[in-house]
Ligand binder design. Sequence first.
Ligand SMILES: C[S@@+](CC[C@H](N)C(=O)[O-])C[C@H]1O[C@@H](n2cnc3c(N)ncnc32)[C@H](O)[C@@H]1O
Length: 238
Amino acid sequence: MAQFEKSRWADNGFSRNYRDEAEIYLPQRRHFIDLALSFYGHFIAGNRAARILDLGCGDGLLIQQLLQSFAPEEVTLVDGSDAMLAAAKARLGERGDIRFIRASFQDLLNQDPLPGNFDFIYSSLAIHHLASTEKKDLYAYIYRHLAPGGSFVHYDVVLPCSDTLEKWYLSLWRQWITEQPDLGKREKLLLIPEQYKGNPDNVPDSLEAQLQMLKQIGFDNVDCYGKNGIFALFGGSR
Ligand SMILES: C[S@@+](CC[C@H](N)C(=O)[O-])C[C@H]1O[C@@H](n2cnc3c(N)ncnc32)[C@H](O)[C@@H]1O
């Protein structure tokens, strides 16, 4: 994979556009976040001392939503982008129980700057930038950093198992964008599915391959918890 610094996410304009527009162009984003929070409520929230990690946190939307309903002991947000971390700090505020770490996934694998283990590790729409072997290395890293009984929940794009299905899924995505009320941005946003396909930074693996990786590493309860076209929420527990 290209180093984080060479990817589009290192460009502050690119990351600002994502923060401004993701809500409009990501199909059922709120539904996927609600599912992740339901998972957290069902499996983790009983542990009042829960430690949470968000990998590729962006501007911290998931953590903000989680803190509205739950009171974990501490939260760690990791991202390769200073601009994203600044946006996450602005959203969440500076608090003693929240830690922000600027690190790429490569830094995690090479230097392991994260102290201790976590009860809930979440990642959304970031790991698909890693090549297959790097995904597996990162999943193994995540497994090593999960406390017993902890879980990993991953919301990301996945590679459809055929071109035929991919064409349909991309048309479903365009349909979602067409139905959004912001007419001013529609024309530009309708290009996003094609841009996603044409961007060499995006190297998703199939859902099946990734579930298999998690199982091989030793995760339990491995499953796809929700899916819409190329977007899926999946994971496992330790
Ligand atoms: C599409 S955004 C998703 C942000 C957030 N998780 C969300 O769902 O809104 C992808 C995020 O992953 C981060 N990212 C991409 N590649 C990364 C890498 N190799 N290491 C660390 N962060 C990375 C980007 O900076 C960006 O914040």
